[in-house]
Each structure stands twice: as C-alpha cells, then as structure tokens.
Design a binder for this molecule. Structure first.
Ligand SMILES: [Zn+2]
Length: 138
C-alpha cells in the first residue's frame, strides 16, 4: 500500500473530525488534536485580527496542535504561547514583516510587536533611501 492510498488525495493534511473521540486532526499530524483546540485557535485568531483592525485576517493551521496568526499583506503576527500547569498562556507576540527583507518585532502586545517591526523596517528604508540619495548626488 502506497502512502497516498493511506492519506488520500489531500496529502494527509486535511483534518478529520472524529466525533466519537472528539479529535480534529489530520493523518500527517497525528497528535490527536481536538476539535476544542481548533475552535480555540480559530476564535483567538479571529479576535487578534479584529483587535488589529481593518484589513487584518487570521489563519489557523495544524502541526502538532492548532496554531493561529493574524495577517495583513506581508505582515504576520504570532502569539508566543507557553504551557504552564497544563494551561496555555500568551506571554507576548512576534511580528514578521516579510518584504524585500524580513523585519521582526517582539512585544507584550500584538500592537507593540507590530510597532517594533515597523520601526526596524522604517529605519532600514530610511538608511537605504539616504544611501541611494548620496550615491545619486555624485
Ligand atoms: Zn493534529
């Protein structure tokens, strides 16, 4: 039996809902992720996107658990989650700006992570513009 016969045409990354045991997990993940964990990630991602404002969307994916991020164009914000006493706790956020270069910002809040990433991108852009201007004035 080939692997594709086992996992199906979705390459094994489509979660299957097993109502009997409450799992919502794909064969390729295999961690036994729960429907409740998916719902939690979906709602937290939606809340983060709504908190960030206009144009923000959220993405939920599975890889040894359900995860989420908020996305707007080339900007992505991920929660930094730690496990403590069987509880998930958000200890901050990381923002990635994936443009010509990647700029990263961390912060206790998603807004602070975004502001720090934007500051790095702005400083780099200012430096490039300054260098281009100096080279062009020769
Ligand atoms: Zn899973």
């Amino acid at each position: 039996m080939r692997l594709i016969d086992f996992v199906g045409p979705d390459k094994g990354w489509k979660p299957r809902w097993n109502k009997r045991v409450g799992t919502y997990c794909s064969p390729r993940c295999g961690a036994g992720c729960t429907r409740a964990a998916w719902r939690e990630a979906f709602q937290a991602g939606k809340a983060l996107a709504e908190k960030m404002g206009t144009g923000w969307k959220w993405v939920v994916w599975e890889n040894l658990g359900w995860h989420y991020k908020a996305v707007k164009g080339v900007v992505e914000i991920y929660p930094n989650i730690r496990h403590k006493n069987h509880q998930l706790k958000i200890i901050g956020y990381t923002c990635f700006i994936n443009s010509a270069h990647q700029y990263i910002g961390d912060g206790k809040s998603a807004s602070l992570a975004l502001a720090r990433a934007l500051l790095g991108a702005t400083r780099a852009t200012d430096k490039i513009m300054s260098d281009i201007g100096a080279a062009g004035n020769g």
